[in-house]
Design a protein around this ligand. Sequence first.
Ligand SMILES: Cc1ncc(COP(=O)(O)O)c(C=O)c1O
Length: 384
Amino acid sequence: MAIDFDTVIERRWTGSLKWQRYEGTEILPLWVADMDFAAPPVVLDAIRARLDHGVLGYSKPHPGLNEAVLEYLARAHGVKAEASWIEWLPGLVPAKSMACRAVGGAGDSVLTLTPVYPPFLSVHADAQKELIMVSLAHDEATAGGWRIDFEALEAAVRPDTKVFLFCNPHNPVGRVYTREEVERVADFCVRHGLLFVSDEIHCDLVLDAAATPHFSAARLDGPVREHMIVLMAASKTYNIPGLALAWALVPNAGLRRQFRAGGGKLIPELNPLSFHATEAALRHGEPWRQELLGYLRGNRDFLTDFIARRLPGLTLSLPLEATYLAWIDARGLGVDHPQAYYEKAGVGLSDGRDFAGAGWLRLNFGCPRATLEEALTRMERAAG
Ligand SMILES: Cc1ncc(COP(=O)(O)O)c(C=O)c1O
C-alpha cells in the first residue's frame, strides 16, 4: 500500500468534534462519522496552492469546478447532469432542512425510513412540519438484510406528506439500494406528489462496488426529475467534512429557486479552500480512494470476525455494503444502556436511540487498525 492508514495521528486538542467529546479522558471515540486519516496528499496540495495566493475573499465556484463535478458524475456514476443543476452548499444537513422548507407549508409532513442518521429525524422541525417514520424491514434470521417495506410506506404516507428523505447508501444500516429499489422509491414519490430528496453522501464508500453498485437517483429520467434533489459531497470519502462543502443536483429550475429560498439568509458564502479541495478530490482522488476502500474492507472484516468470536451479546448487522459505520445489535447484552456501558469501558460509540434504533450501537471503523483493535479489546474486557 502506498498510503499509510496504519499510523495513528494524534487528534486530541485539535478541536476535533469527535475527540473533543472525551478530552481529558482515555476514552476512544468511535462515534461521529469522520475518519482518523489525513486527507489525500492531492487534496492537501490543492489547499496549499490556493492558500499561497494569499487573498481569501468571498468566493464562488472557480472555473473548472462545475466541470470537475460533471465529469466525476459521468465517470463514477453514469449520471448525465448539467452545470445549471448544481447548487453549492455548506453541507447536506442544511440542504435537507432547505428541502423541507422548499415545499408545502407548516403542519405538512415529511417521511423517512428508520433507523437513520439523526438529522433525518429533526430537519422537518425547521419547516414546522411533522415527521412520519417508517421502519426498514429487518430479517433477524439472517442477521441483516435491511430492506424497504413498501407496503408500510404506502400505509404511512398522507395527503399532507410533501417530502421523502432517502439515505442511499443508508447510514447506519450500510445498505446500498439496488436500481430496482431506487426506481420504486421514485415511483412512490411521483405517485404521491412528494419531493424526493436523495442523500448520497456515502456513494463513493461502497465497499464492494462490483457486488453492490451504487445507483444514483440522478440517473433517473422521467417525471421524478421535476421533483428531485440529489445531495452529494466529497467530504465523507476524502475525509474533509470540516471544510463544509456539498452540492445539490436539482434538475428543475423552479424547484431550484424554491430550494434556494428555503435557505433564507442562513446560507453563507462558501469557503474557497473547500472548493479547491473538492475539485482536487474529484479529479485526482481515485487512487487514494481505492486504497482507502481496501483498508476499510480489512477493518470491516476484522470487526466482523472479532464480534462473532469475542463479543457475545453483540450482533453486527450484515451485509455491511457501504460506509465505515457498523450497525450493531446490542440487545443481547442484557444492559439497559449499551452506549453508557461501553463508554465506561473506554469506548465512545453512537447510541442507537439517536437513530430511532433503541438497543443498537453504531461503531465508526474509519480509523487505524490498532485503534479499532484496542477499542474492541476494551469492549471485550467490559464483560469482565
Ligand atoms: C447520511 C449523511 N448525510 C449527511 C451527513 C453530514 O453532512 P454534512 O456534514 O455535509 O452536513 C452525514 C454525516 O455523517 C451522513 O452520514
